[in-house]
Structures are given as C-alpha cells and as structure tokens.
Design a protein around this ligand. Structure first.
Ligand code: NDP
Ligand code: 8X3
Length: 253
C-alpha cells in the first residue's frame, strides 16, 4: 500500500485528492490547521489508513515534529502533495496589509519549503518519491492586486524546476501543477469570509472544480516512473490570458 501526504487536506483540492486516493486504496497523511475537519475526513475515509497531522505549515518546528512523529506504517511517503496555501486580499501593492503579505510568504513559500526539505532525505534514501507542488496560473500571469500571491506562486514554479536539477539521478519526480480559477474556499479566505464577494468570482462562468485537480494528481502519480511531467498549467475553458495594459492620460484604451 502506497502513502501520500497531502498538506491542506481540510478543504478544496486537498480534501478532494484525499477522497480520490483513499478510494483507490492509498494510505493517507492529511494535514491542516483545523483539527475537527481532519478528524471528520478520517472518519469519512475509514480511519485506519488515514493519519491526521494538525499543524500550521509555516511553523518550521511543527513541520519537523509532524514528520518525525509519524507512526511507522505511515513513515514511507511515496508522494508529497504540497497543496496548502492561500491568497489574502486583492489590494494594490501600496495599500495592502503587510501582515497578509507575510502570511502568504510564510505559507506558500516557507511552508512548502519546510515540507519538501523534510521529506526529501527520506525519499532519496529509498531512491524513489514524487513531489507534486500546487503552483498557480498566478505564478505565470500577473494581475492587478495579485502582487505577493503571484510572486509566491512564481517561487513555487522556479523551486520545482530547481529541485529537479538537484534530484537528477535519484528516482524522485517533481511536478508543478498550475491551476486557474477553481471553485473552493480559496476566495472565502482571500476576501476574509465575505461570501458575497467570494461567490462573484465563480458566478456566470464554469470554474475548475477541486475534483478536476484531484483527478490530475491521480493521473500524474499513475504515469510510469520514467516519465516526469515538469509543469502543468490547467485553466477552465472559460478562462484565458488577457492583454498587456497601457495607461493613457485621457482614460481611453
Ligand atoms: P482552500 O482554501 O479550499 O484550501 C486551502 C487549504 O490550505 C486548506 O486545507 C487549509 O487548511 C490549508 N492551509 C492554508 N494555510 C495553511 C497553514 N498555514 N498551515 C496549514 N495548512 C494551511 O483552497 P484551494 O483548495 O483552492 O487551495 C489549495 C492550493 O491551490 C493553494 O496553494 C492555492 O494557492 C492553490 N490554487 C488555488 C486556485 C483556486 O482558484 N482555488 C487556483 C490555483 C492555485 P486549514 O485552513 O485547515 O489550515
Ligand atoms: C488562484 C488563481 O487567478 O485567482 O491561484 O490567482 S487566481
């Protein structure tokens, strides 16, 4: 039985991936800060093959402790899905809350770094493993108000490419999945639980679903071990990149 560790399994992409892998006979390590949700997921998925780790991914010691205290049967991690992350706010760079910027950097960059750094020696020792990072189209395509969120996801892209270079020859695969607009709790979090504002992000358009991303992760994991999909950008059909912006003094386009 293979083991996948999913960071941020309490909602969205992480929860959908946990359900899909459980259905297909995988052992799961599910993480997040909301203990009750982790326990509910464990109960839903049958318990014995699910290990819950409740911690804040931006807390380096907590990350290390979570890995060190894994029960023996969960200690051989075949796949690490670095999924936990968030966007906070959509204000222009001069108006944004610096605490929000810190939190995005601490979670999307540092948390992902800590988990990766902790798991890699174990994978290297076993001569196998798969790190799947959840980046974003935001790492490739900047947009107004995206500022630090976009930059954290650009980090994820470059970090994914760079660690592949370090891991060449050790049998460890690395993929960066870059989803576009997907309906999860992402916008509730971004807009500080302003439901109306969050709902508008998904109104009158067919967004990606968490299941779409779970299916992608499952497909990737089931490609032959000599195949490494490096980067995968996935948008809803009803999303595309826009044009460059030009400001004109007379407000014309
Ligand atoms: P959700 O808000 O539904 O899920 C985010 C998950 O991350 C939750 O399980 C949350 O758990 C966890 N998380 C957030 N902060 C922390 C933290 N400090 N410590 C531990 N866990 C944390 O959003 P999505 O499922 O959409 O997001 C998953 C990933 O996908 C993120 O990295 C996001 O940036 C990325 N993404 C999302 C897109 C979208 O449009 N939805 C598009 C592209 C990328 P808890 O709150 O319990 O800690
Ligand atoms: C989330 C997608 O476009 O809202 O990463 O930034 S977007």
């Amino acid at each position: 039985m293979k083991t996948i560790m999913i960071t941020g399994a309490t909602s969205g992409f992480g929860a959908a991936t946990a359900r899909l892998f459980a259905k297909n006979g995988w052992r799961l390590i599910v993480t997040g800060r909301r203990q009750q949700r982790l326990e509910a997921l464990q109960t839903e998925l049958g318990g014995a093959n699910v290990h819950c780790c409740c911690f804040d991914i931006s807390d380096r010691q907590a990350v290390e402790h979570a890995f060190q205290s894994l029960p023996d049967s969960f200690s051989k991690i075949d796949v690490l899905l670095n999924n936990a992350g968030l966007a906070l706010g959509l204000e222009p760079a001069d108006k944004t809350n610096l605490d929000d910027w810190d939190k995005m950097v601490d979670t999307n960059i540092k948390g992902l770094m800590y988990c990766t750094r902790t798991v890699l020696p174990m994978m290297k020792q076993r001569g196998q493993g798969y790190i799947i990072n959840i980046g974003s189209v935001a790492g490739n395509w900047p947009y107004p108000g995206g500022n630090v969120y976009c930059a954290t996801k650009a980090f994820v892209r470059q970090f994914s490419l760079a660690i592949r270079a370090d891991l060449l020859g050790f049998g460890i695969r690395v993929t960066n999945i870059e989803p576009g607009n997907a309906e999860t709790e992402f916008s509730d979090v971004r807009f500080n639980q302003d439901k109306q504002r969050a709902d508008k992000v998904y109104q009158n358009t067919a967004a990606l679903t968490a299941q779409d991303i779970a299916n992608t992760v499952y497909w990737l994991v089931n490609t032959p071990s000599h195949v490494n999909v490096t980067t995968m950008e996935i948008m809803p059909t009803e999303q595309a990149t826009g044009s460059l912006a030009i400001y004109r003094d007379d407000n014309s386009i």
